[in-house]
Ligand binder design. Structure first.
Ligand code: HPA
Length: 280
């Protein structure tokens, strides 16, 4: 079975650390159309993924593929602009790498964002869902295979995978943001095709409020290490079959871009409010 060793993770993190101006405390992974937040990072040091030996290399045009380290709202952040997806051909085990490497550089909390389709009929495009739980019925766990005790135990609890105190803070910061927020369940689909209307009906029955092709492996990787996680879905479209129109990447990016200024301002406020050493 293919897989990375702890030493490989450590070597990759050490190589990255050499390029960092300081030890980051908050890790951010940005989804499609959410790039503008990265532009708010002050005194940024930019490291393309291909300059981090042993790291994964990104393949999609809309995902820039670089680490940006700097300060945001006074916090030391490291932002992955461009993420890795199962549909690109990565194994689920490989998808554990980004969050593990970030943890080894000193990151204490992860914030994950994605673009997602709205499955819940009360949601609308342009609104935001604070992820309160996830469903992943396809694909293996990123923790499949020999367990790396250095990161966490073989069997681990995911009953509060998205940290309740951070979700409460996210709700609190939502006031005055000019955005509509929900809390709901993110349902993972491997893609790259968007879902069929029948799949969306099934997902709704199963308890999904939004659907997307990322995030779940990153949240699991953090949970394995006991790392607090906060996740947001930017609802870029109604999921398949709800409206009589085809889904497209353009629509996803367009709506993502439409809300990204407000969402970035919101994220900045939220990040400023996180007390990294005191997350309940
Ligand atoms: N389905 C899956 N992934 C997505 C969607 C969707 O409708 N919108 C944005 N990402």
């Amino acid at each position: 079975m293919a897989g990375h060793t702890f030493e490989q993770y450590q070597a990759c993190a050490d190589a990255l650390k050499k390029k960092l101006p300081f030890q980051p405390e908050i890790g951010l992974i940005l989804g499609s159309g959410l790039g503008p937040l990265a532009e708010k990072i002050e005194n940024p040091v930019v490291i393309p993924y291909e300059e981090i030996p042993g790291f994964l290399v990104s393949t999609i045009a809309t995902h820039a593929g670089k680490m940006i380290i700097g300060t945001l709202a006074g916090k030391k952040v490291i932002c992955m602009s461009g993420r890795f997806h199962s549909y690109e051909g990565y194994d689920f085990e490989e998808l554990a790498m980004p969050v593990r490497v970030l943890k080894l550089t000193g990151v204490k909390v992860m914030i994950l964002t994605n673009a997602a389709g709205a499955v819940n009929l009360d949601y609308k495009p342009g609104e935001i869902m604070i992820i309160n739980d996830q469903i992943m019925f396809s694909g293996a766990s990123p923790m499949r295979g020999r367990n790396m005790e250095e990161f966490g135990p073989r069997f681990f609890d995911v009953s509060k995978i998205y940290t309740p105190s951070l979700r409460a803070l996210a709700e609190k910061c939502a006031e005055g943001s000019g955005l509509v927020f929900h809390e709901g369940v993110y349902f993972f689909m491997q893609g790259p095709q968007f879902e069929t209307p029948a799949e969306i009906r099934a997902i709704r029955i199963l308890g999904g409020d939004a659907v997307g092709m990322s995030t779940v492996t990153e949240a699991l990787t953090a949970a394995h290490m006991g790392m607090p996680v906060l996740g947001f879905s930017v609802l870029t479209n109604m999921a398949a079959g709800i409206l009589d129109q085809p889904l497209s990447d353009e629509e996803v990016n367009e709506v993502g871009n439409m809300v990204s200024d407000r969402f970035s301002a919101y994220m900045e406020k939220l990040i400023g409010a996180i007390d990294v050493d005191n997350i309940g």
